[in-house]
Design a protein around this ligand. Structure first.
Ligand code: MN
Ligand code: MN
Length: 293
């Protein structure tokens, strides 16, 4: 059975991208946590997610029945080699650019949430007018946080300033500050606060293709202890899967961010991230023929 295995350190990222067939689903690791405000460790996430995905304890089937171990059309191209400091933004953007230029639909593995801004800069060029579905405990709308405009507390503000999305729909939010409420109003962010959530709720996402940014701290800490910022009162795993499975428009890209292996209990959060990895790759594969705008 063709079994996608965790990529080794070589060949280089550029070589793996050059070998990609047109229109693949590509998984890429972005091991960067320098913009984490409270605790480092999210940079360790991509190799840890792959480790548990392939540890033999489960299979590679999605809930919709696709066996990713026997399904062509997707590749894990490994981690992007990143330096440090603000240069990393351009490095991430160039890596995603290289993938989308090959027609790839990309699942990025963070890293902290700061990776989403450069990812979306590249994504918005290839897919103008996309809708961003942002699942998070936090709105990440700070103009700046502790002196940094690149902080993992700021990506949604940067995305809206640069008009990288036609709509930003946030769900799971339960940590709004007055400043961030002002920012949400200013940018026209569609915020569904967690206090208003009901499990039967269906999101109205319109027709434009959707990019999903999944911050694992959107889940309740009971389901996802391995995150830097524990925000009680969050989603169950099943609720987030329900949101993912009922996205109406085409899903054209996604990221899974803020998994911090240093805070995990056993394999709980690593397995959760690996579960979303499978389900998102399955959905990206299923949607490849839709809305290729
Ligand atoms: Mn976030
Ligand atoms: Mn968060």
């Amino acid at each position: 059975m063709p079994q996608p295995s965790p990529p080794s350190a070589s060949p280089s990222f550029a070589t793996r991208v050059a070998a990609l067939a047109e229109g693949q689903v590509a998984v890429v690791g972005l091991p960067w946590d320098e913009q984490s405000s409270f605790m480092r460790g999210a940079a360790l996430a991509p190799p840890r997610i792959r480790e548990v995905l392939h540890d033999g304890s489960g299979n590679l089937c999605t809930e919709h029945g696709a066996d990713l171990g026997a399904t062509p059309g997707w590749t894990d191209v490994g981690d992007v080699a990143l330096t440090s400091g603000p240069a990393v933004l351009a490095e991430i953007e160039a890596a995603i650019d290289a993938l989308v230029e090959r027609g790839a639909r990309v699942l990025s593995l963070g890293g902290d949430h700061a990776v989403t801004y450069p990812v979306l800069r590249a994504y918005a060029r290839a897919h103008p007018g996309l809708t961003v579905l942002h699942i998070d405990a936090h709105p990440d709308l700070y103009d700046q946080f502790e002196g940094s405009r690149l902080s993992h507390a700021c990506p949604a503000a940067r995305v809206m300033e640069e008009k990288l999305a036609s709509r930003l729909v946030q769900v799971g939010i339960r940590t709004m500050t007055p400043h961030q409420r002002e920012q949400a109003t200013r940018f026209g962010v569609e915020v569904m606060e967690m206090r208003h959530w009901t499990p039967s709720r269906r999101l109205e996402l319109g027709d434009a293709p959707v990019y999903l940014s999944l911050d694992l701290d959107a889940l309740d800490p009971a389901c996802a202890p391995g995150v830097s910022h524990h925000a009680p009162g969050g989603f169950t795993t099943r609720e987030v899967l329900g949101i993912l499975h009922t996205i109406g428009p085409a899903l054209i890209g996604a990221d899974i961010v803020e998994f911090n292996p240093r805070r995990d209990t056993g394999t709980t959060t690593a397995m959760l991230a690996a579960k979303f990895y499978r389900e998102i790759v399955g959905r990206l594969l299923a949607d490849r023929g839709r809305s290729a705008r």
